[in-house]
Design a protein around this ligand. Structure first.
Ligand code: KE4
Length: 408
């Protein structure tokens, strides 16, 4: 595959942007390949500057559940754009968006839009602190909730001590209010609450972890978090930026039948445009300015083009009852095909999956094998694969055939 134009652009980009990219994982540092610069994407495929085309299982990290450039979504954005790009004033679409999300996810009694998942998660944590008057937050090793300071932490040296910064520029004073437990370890969470019964404002969790490969919640883990947080007067926050509207129309909480106090949505809720959302119990959200004392704001929050894309996407997902069945069937076939033909471990739930690798070097070989064969997966073993409604049976078959040629 030719990549000279991508290489030339990347060379230029390196002199203009940190690592040549606007988000680190795109730099393909972990896999030692030149990032392929995309010119367009349509359906299940993306096309790069050198004329190569790929079956795409990244889907922009989750938003493209309908496939890229789905007609109705593009049309909705085009029409909205003709009426103006941004107003910084209330619009009908934002009311429709809040109504639609509450209909699909009943725990979202009251919501606020933001422009990114990071902002939404950061704001949900602030609301939890404001509502409870407590400072500490519990998160889980391997879960990612965006790059706000308090979330860029790793487990402290002692199991029950406060976290340490996991990025330069994060003061220890910010990290110390975040406690970190191993994912799926409900006993560790119990110990954290026993050692800090009145100090924990909330537990924030990806109901299915999808930033350390895909890791499914063990039976009783999420129920246990629900029970423990209620018992100690802390809030349960589901970060559904990836799982929201992906695992079911009601997200992971709809699939698992667990009601968090607050939730965070992103990706699909914006239909591919910059939009995310946090929300939940009305009594908690009444804390958010201007109704309450927890300040939160955003120039482009609820942007007309982003809400148009998000609404168009959610409407299609709500109207087309068969979509989740199609996603399940195709994804099951893909996961089974890869594991049967490579003996690699595949973890899957719905159209979210990951192929397990213990080290970067073996993953890099897998990545290159697929890339050079015309299949695009995330350039990191910690990221997930996403199947869309646009992936065809032929896409799945050729991906399995290509995977079968991989020797670990
Ligand atoms: P954004 O700020 O990137 O919109 O959302 C942050 C976020 C929050 N919560 C979860 C569970 C997430 O997965 C994310 C962002 N996901 C990553 C990929 N795993 C985005 C890709 C990137 O950082 O470039």
């Amino acid at each position: 595959m030719k990549e000279s134009i991508s290489a030339e652009l990347f060379e230029k980009a390196l002199g203009l942007m940190p690592g040549g990219v606007n988000s680190p994982v795109r730099a393909c540092a972990n896999v030692g390949r030149t990032p392929r610069f995309v010119v367009r994407a349509k359906g299940s495929r993306r096309f790069d500057e050198d004329g190569n085309s790929y079956i795409d299982y990244v889907g922009s990290w989750g938003p493209a559940i309908l496939g890229h450039a789905r007609g109705e979504v593009v049309e909705a954005v085009r029409e909205a754009a003709l009426d103006g790009l941004t107003f910084g004033a209330p619009t009908r679409r934002e009311v429709e968006m809040a109504e639609t999300v509450r209909r699909l996810v009943p725990s979202m009694e009251s919501s606020r839009m933001t422009s990114s998942g990071t902002e939404a998660a950061m704001s949900a944590v602030r609301v939890a602190r404001g509502f409870t008057g407590r400072d500490n937050i519990v998160k889980f090793d391997g879960c990612y909730h965006g790059h706000s300071d308090g979330m860029l932490v790793r487990a402290g040296s002692g199991a029950l001590t406060a976290a340490e910064p996991d990025s330069a520029g994060v003061p220890a004073g910010f990290a110390k209010h975040t406690l970190v437990a191993p994912y799926n370890d409900i006993e560790a969470v119990k110990r954290l609450f026993e050692s800090d019964p009145d100090g924990i404002a909330a537990v924030i969790v990806e109901p299915v972890a999808a930033n350390c490969g895909v890791v499914l919640p063990k039976p009783g883990f999420l129920d246990g978090l629900r029970e423990i947080t209620s018992r100690y007067g802390a809030l349960l926050i589901f970060d559904e930026v990836i799982t929201g509207f992906r695992l079911s129309l009601g997200g992971a909480q709809g699939l698992f039948g667990i009601t968090p106090d607050l939730s965070v949505f992103g990706k699909i809720v914006g239909g591919g445009m910059p939009a995310a959302m946090f929300g939940g119990r009305a009594d908690i959200m009444r804390m958010v300015a201007p109704a309450g004392k927890v300040y939160q704001a955003g120039t482009l929050s609820g942007n007309p083009l982003a809400t148009a894309a998000g609404l168009a996407t959610l409407r299609i997902l709500e109207k087309d009852a068969g979509i989740y069945g199609r996603l399940e069937r195709k994804s099951e076939r893909l996961a089974r095909g890869i594991s049967e033909n490579t003996s690699l471990p595949v973890t899957r739930i719905g159209s979210l999956m990951s192929v397990g690798f213990g080290d970067d070097a073996s993953f890099a070989r897998w990545y290159s094998h697929l890339l050079d064969g015309g299949v695009y997966v995330a350039p990191s073993r910690f990221e997930a694969m996403f199947v869309s409604d646009a992936h065809t049976d032929e896409d799945i078959d050729s991906t399995i055939a290509l995977a079968a040629g991989f020797s670990a």
